[in-house]
Design a protein around this ligand. Sequence first.
Ligand code: UTP
Length: 294
Amino acid sequence: MSVDLAVVPVAGRGTRLLPLAKSQPKEMLPMGRKPVVQYVVEELARCGIGRVLFVTGPGKAAIENHFDIDVELIDYLRETGKEELLRELAFEREDLEYFYTRQRRQLGLGHAVLCARAVVGDQPFVVALGDSIIGMHAESKVVRTMIEKFEASRAAAVIAFEEVPPREVVHYGIAQPRDGADEVFELADLIEKPDANEAPSNLAVASRYVFSPAIFDCLERTPPGKGDEIQLTDAVSMLIRDGRNVLGIRLRADERRFDIGNFESYFLAFTEFALADPQYGPALRKHMKELLAP
Ligand code: UTP
């Protein structure tokens, strides 16, 4: 059976978005009309994922509520003649099963993925970060392509990468390609947040992964790294050192990653999504032009 399980870590504290993310999950912040994590789930559904396992933590209950079927709200909309709004709840009917587990201490992304081990067991799985959208309106099918490459190559991992300006490599896991970095390439290593002058490339991990369960053994052996957190990047590096084949795949230009992890990227992403809104985008564009006029 093809890979159909995705782990979506949403347990991070989101300290870079304080006070906005103090009492609401950053993954629930609005991106145009929808919360960020809804785009992530819709993208996964389009890519053939049938089961979504959220790794949640303190203060994240809004995510669980969002994906429930809200029968009372549906009845209310019907009774009050607002049937046309029911289409806004269509995502509740996605053909998906939801599972939830907890990361009880926020020890980093690698640790969050390790928390999924008991549920995932011995099967390959996707990891999709709950705070990153791929492509405008999340229309990317890159996860489907990654699953196909994973299955065809018998790699231990396939990871999405995006080119970033050299000054930004310090914020990301950066690829060291074995030979050239074609559309699909083999990784010689993956370096967590290197200094710009030490970075082996400017290809940054782009928040989508396909893993064989072998990643769990590496995560178990991974000591805390940068930021004193258990880094998923370090576990991938260990996978490569163990002699396993790890592939990178480049996002296409129309599959840009919208990360909402800090205010600058959140503001830019929100503005782009709002401008692309078919109903309100044109008026916003006009308003912004007026604001920016000398
Ligand atoms: P980030 O790397 O942005 O970390 O998480 P963070 O802790 O949420 O944010 P800051 O650095 O304090 O601002 C990337 C994704 O991994 C999840 C987050 O919820 C987010 O979706 N994550 C991160 C976890 O699930 N657990 C963690 O311990 C860390």
